[in-house]
Design a binder for this molecule. Structure first.
Ligand code: FCB
Length: 450
């Protein structure tokens, strides 16, 4: 039997991208260098030796990309602004040509009846600020607020949905703690200080955006996963609880309650961040929504040798995985949406990213038949709809990603798009998942067979 799972009217159906992953134009029209320019130009950092110098050439092809979104029927689009395109050195002089690029993009989106959701920071910090310590330097939080103000004054008359940060956990740990992302630092001691400055910058930017953009909705996007114990053993449960604190509560608690989770703080007491008076109040300024990026769950087992948390991730047996090696686990989306609703009561939720990388190929008939992605999305949509039925205040869903793009340290080896990017010719090909998504949007419903 085929069941039609309906979504609320006015639901936002979109796709998401990030500036460094799609734009290219890395040194055009006065743009300054970002830490990702530096990092990708450093030998050995990117799996296939590629860079984002050209990426999807969206900087020149944005009209075509907006037209594709319109064709799919999307009514929303989440994209990020490149800070060094707007303020080349991160502070001080503004680059009008950079701002104009986003100004034109916003107008084109509105013309196509696509609501823009802007992420202010999706990881491309101006290199000049990194030279002064980057996010380890408290001043960066205030430069971020100045940058937010510049962008909001230019676009805030038309843009009503603002995301301060994308996944601060990834920035702090993968970028500064483990060195896999830019700026490539391997210094666990500063990761929590970096996280604190990111959260602080979020808070000050919320205030700035509130003043600059009347009627705007302001939020932050976190990478969240339910964390399950590898077994019913008490020590595995402890490991799961600790990892949940490290990954989820470390960010949710300060934003919604103004404090760090005491259990994790105790474990990381040596690396505890310096917190100035007033910081926690700033971090917990009210947000209008929480953006959830969901890809998979985490499964943890106790391992006394595995760092302060004594927790080690395991791959569940018999599970299916995407090309990223991430377990396909749709019920985790329902679980995380319900959990944040219950524990933190955000006014609204958006799924700001969900999607999957598979080894897509162009078929002899010229199409890209990405059936695994359709099935991944269908099952996650069904879980989201179930959460809405059960009271989750979910108002929109953004597929990662609009098109295949530069997947950070993986370069171009992972394809997440619902549109195929041929990097040789920059030709875009709608995958079957894009055509399928078009139907979902038309019906405002997902069909499942059971
Ligand atoms: C998220 C990032 C996004 C993309 C997806 C696959 O962590 O926010 O830019 O890389 O993962």
């Amino acid at each position: 039997m085929v069941r039609k799972l309906l979504f609320p009217s006015q639901f936002y159906w979109g796709t998401a991208t990030a500036s460094y992953q799609i734009e290219g134009g890395w040194n055009e029209d006065g743009k300054g260098a970002s830490i990702w320019d530096t990092f990708s130009h450093t030998q050995g950092k990117i799996e296939d030796g590629s860079t984002g110098d050209v990426a999807c050439d969206h900087y020149h092809r944005w009209r075509e990309d907006v037209a594709l979104m319109k064709e799919i029927g999307c009514n929303a689009y989440r994209f990020s602004i490149s800070w060094p395109r707007v303020i080349p050195l991160g502070k001080g002089r503004i680059n009008p040509a950079g701002l104009d690029f986003y100004d034109r993009l916003v107008d084109a989106l509105l013309e196509a009846k696509i609501t823009p959701f802007i992420t202010l920071y999706h990881w491309d910090l101006p290199q000049a600020l990194q030279d002064e310590g980057g996010w380890a330097n408290r001043d960066t939080a205030y430069y971020f607020a100045d940058y937010a103000s510049v962008v909001a004054h230019k676009l805030g008359d038309r843009v009503k949905h603002w995301i301060t940060h994308n996944e601060p956990w990834v920035v702090a740990w993968i970028g500064y703690g483990w060195g896999v992302h830019a700026p490539g630092l391997k210094n666990e001691k500063i990761a929590l200080q970096v996280a604190h400055h990111l959260l602080l910058s979020h808070g000050v930017a919320v205030r700035v955006l509130r003043d600059a953009c009347s009627g705007g909705e302001i939020g932050i996007t976190l990478n969240l996963s339910p964390v399950h114990p590898a077994s019913e053993r008490e020590e595995d449960k402890l490991a799961a609880r600790r990892y949940d604190g490290f990954l989820n509560r470390w960010f949710l608690d300060p934003i919604f309650y103004g404090h760090y989770p005491p259990d994790v703080l105790e474990l990381y007491i040596q690396y505890a961040p310096r917190i100035d008076p007033g910081d926690m109040a700033t971090i917990s300024y009210k947000v209008d929504f929480l953006g959830v990026n969901y890809y998979s769950r985490s499964v943890m087992k106790f391992n006394p040798a595995a760092g302060p948390l004594q927790a080690e991730g395991v791959a569940p047996e018999g599970a299916e995985f995407t090309e990223m090696g991430w377990e396909i686990y749709p019920p985790g989306l329902y679980e995380i949406l319900m959990r944040v609703g219950r524990d933190y009561q955000p006014e609204k939720l958006y799924i700001t990213e969900n999607g999957a990388a598979f080894a897509d190929e162009i078929a002899p008939d010229g199409g890209v038949h990405d059936l695994k992605r359709i099935s991944y999305l269908r099952e996650h949509f069904a879980q989201a709809q179930k959460a809405i039925q059960d009271g989750a205040k979910l108002a929109g869903y953004f597929i990662w990603s609009l098109m295949d793009n530069f997947e950070w340290a993986h370069g171009f080896t992972k394809r997440f798009g619902i549109i195929y990017t041929d990097y040789q010719t920059q030709k875009r090909i709608m995958k079957d998942s894009a055509l399928w998504y078009k139907k979902v949007i038309e019906n405002n419903a997902v069909e499942i067979e059971d």
